[in-house]
Design a protein around this ligand. Structure first.
Ligand SMILES: [Zn+2]
Length: 79
């Protein structure tokens, strides 16, 4: 079976690559399934997603370093 469920630790290790679309399909499917069933990892994912958007926006406008620092701190706290 390639579609084995993953645990929280594994999910959190891969979530960054998942957001960057850098994981293979099997892992992406496993993470998607895990996020649907795990509020903790879903929050982690949402926070990472938010951070990525801030970074993307920062490329176009002024870098909101304070906000990035705040989100990084939040990730550290829930991780
Ligand atoms: Zn989890």
């Amino acid at each position: 079976m390639s579609n084995e469920p993953i645990d929280c630790e594994e999910c959190q290790e891969q979530v960054h690559e998942y957001l960057q679309r850098e994981v293979n399909e099997d892992i992406a499917a496993a993470i998607t399934a895990h996020l649907a069933n795990c509020d903790h990892c879903e929050e982690m994912y949402n926070t990472e997603d938010q951070l990525n958007q801030v970074i993307r926006n920062a490329c176009q406008t002024e870098a909101p370093e304070e906000l990035i620092a705040k989100i990084r701190k939040h990730i550290a706290e829930i991780g």
